[in-house]
Structure formats: C-alpha cells, structure tokens
Design a protein around this ligand. Structure first.
Ligand code: 9UX
Length: 71
C-alpha cells in the first residue's frame, strides 16, 4: 500500500537545491516518488513502505537542507 507524506524543508533557493533534496530522498528504501515545490518548501514523498521521518530528515540534512519538525 503506497503512503504519501508532505514535509516542509527550509533553505532551498534554486533548482539545484531541489535536485539535491530529490536525489537524496529518492534513495530511501521504498520511496517511489518525490515532488518538491520550491516556493513553499513542500516536499511530498510517496513510498510503498511506511516512511521513517527520522530517515527523511537525515536524507534532507545530507543534501544540505533542513526538515521542519512536525508538531
Ligand atoms: Mo546554489 Mo541552491 O548554492 O542552494 S544550490 S542556491
């Protein structure tokens, strides 16, 4: 069963930033699609496994940006 989650990422300012985040998040196990909206920082991740928010945050950090924690 596919699951989808939208995260907010800060620090992205250009298309290359978007590409970096996309590439890192896509490496996570189960991820089948990543959509990034640059103006809002919304990153929507589709996965066929339950998403591990900590792993997503680590991938975003690896790309050089920051995931806004959800309350
Ligand atoms: Mo260029 Mo996007 O340094 O950060 S990749 S603005």
């Amino acid at each position: 069963m596919a699951t989808q989650q939208t995260y907010t990422v800060t620090g992205m300012t250009c298309a290359h930033c978007v590409g970096s985040v996309d590439a890192e998040v896509r490496r996570l196990p189960g991820v089948t699609d990543v959509r990034v909206d640059l103006p809002s920082g919304a990153v929507t991740v589709t996965s066929d496994q339950p998403l591990d928010d900590t792993a997503v945050a680590a991938a975003v950090d690896e790309a050089g940006y920051e995931l806004v924690p959800r309350s």
